[in-house]
Design a protein around this ligand. Structure first.
Ligand SMILES: Nc1ncnc2c1ncn2[C@@H]1O[C@H](COP(=O)(O)OP(=O)(O)OP(=O)(O)O)[C@@H](O)[C@H]1O
Length: 223
């Protein structure tokens, strides 16, 4: 289970942007989170991804309460989560070839020996051809870079995926291909998914259930 309980978070302690939000995802479940621009969805997604420490509230990951965020998060919890953001150019090191970008988490966790196998599994799964893998971010399109960012999110085989407006900048066919790649991964591994967005038709089609931001505040949106 991925549980966010009574989360208050923001960028200035006096004026939080997320107030008392709760949600629970069962193992393997996919949940779509809808809400208007600026309401705090990305902030909550970053709390769930262990990238942003909440002011108050608790996050529990597969029964273990989270005690640290960012570099203070225990490796086992950090690597249980894969994250894809809206803007691939903000989350990709411009110096890295796509192949190194995808392999980055394996290098960082001392699992270099898995790199060739994971690359040959993931590149076709996300629709990247070998010539693209050799290029740097400025030599590929946003859609191609987002494919690489999805592969990077999957490379450690996370039990939970957090996709924050993953398809918002993409054309319809690239968006569909990325959603299909996520769903293939989930079907193969049983991973759970939190998909944040503002397109209710996409989230309704993609996810087991969809909740609106306002629903998180009143009560625990549980599985
Ligand atoms: N790094 C930051 N520093 C200060 N304020 C921020 C920061 N990031 C976001 N905010 C503010 O926090 C509020 C919530 O932002 P957030 O990105 O979580 O909303 P969102 O619901 O994901 O919006 P969108 O759908 O437009 O991406 C906004 O008012 C935003 O301006």
């Amino acid at each position: 289970m991925l549980e966010l309980h009574d989360i208050t978070a923001g960028y200035d302690r006096g004026t939080p942007v997320v107030r008392n939000a709760s949600l629970t995802l069962a193992a393997g479940e996919s949940l779509g989170l809808l809400g208007p621009s600026g309401c705090g969805k990305s902030t909550l997604a970053r709390v769930a991804a262990l990238l942003h420490r909440p002011d108050t509230g608790t996050v529990t990951l597969d029964g273990e309460p989270v005690q640290g965020w960012r570099y203070r998060a225990p490796r086992l919890q950090r690597t249980a989560l894969g994250v894809v953001f809206q803007q691939p150019r903000l989350s990709a090191d411009p110096r890295l070839r796509l192949t190194d970008l995808i392999a980055e988490p394996l290098r960082a966790t001392g699992r270099r020996d898995e790199i060739p196998q994971r690359l040959s599994d993931l590149a076709p799964a996300v629709g990247l051809t070998p010539d693209l893998l050799d290029r740097r971010p400025h030599e590929v399109s946003d859609g191609q870079l987002q494919r690489a960012c999805l592969a990077r999110a999957l490379v450690l085989r996370p039990r939970w995926l957090i996709c924050d407006e993953m398809t918002a900048m993409l054309d319809a066919s690239t968006a569909a291909a990325l959603v299909a790649a996520v769903e293939e991964y989930r079907a193969a591994t049983g991973a759970g998914l939190l998909a944040v967005g503002h397109d209710h038709r996409l989230l309704d089609r993609w996810c087991d259930r969809t909740v609106h931001w306002d629903d998180l505040i009143a009560a625990d949106v549980g599985a």
